[in-house]
Ligand binder design. Sequence first.
Ligand code: AMP
Ligand code: ZN
Length: 118
Amino acid sequence: MYTGQAMSCIFCKIAAGEIPSTAVYQDELAYAFADINPKAPIHVLIVPREHIVSLSDAAQDHRALLGHLLWTAAEIARKKGLDKGYRVVLNNGELGGQTVDHLHLHLLGEQQMTWPPG
Ligand code: AMP
Ligand code: ZN
C-alpha cells in the first residue's frame, strides 16, 4: 500500500499494477517498463517502488537504492543485448525536463545517440 503523494502518482500506480504497462524487469526495489512514447527503438523507464519525487529529493538513505536503479539499467541492457552501447538519462526538475514527478531513469538503445541533448 501507499499513501500521501503516491496515491495520485502515475508511476506508483504503474509499479503497483493498477495502471497497465509492459513490464521489462521487476524486483522488490524497482520496476521497469516500456515508455509509452518511445524516443528510441528501445526506451525503458526504471522506477523505484518507493515514491521519490526527483533526484533532488533523494536522501542519504536512498544511496543504495539509486545504485540499484543504475545496476538495473545495465542489467536490462545486458539482457536486451545492447553490447554496442546505450544511453541512461535522468531528467531532474523543471529545467531538467522532468514531466512525471516520480524519480525515473530512461534507458535508450538500438540507435546511434547524439550529443549534446537539447
Ligand atoms: P520525463 O519527461 O523524464 O519525466 O519522462 C516521463 C516519461 O514517462 C516520458 O518519456 C513519457 O513518455 C513516459 N510516460 C508517461 N506516462 C506513461 C505511461 N502511462 N506509461 C509509460 N510511459 C509513460
Ligand atoms: Zn510515485
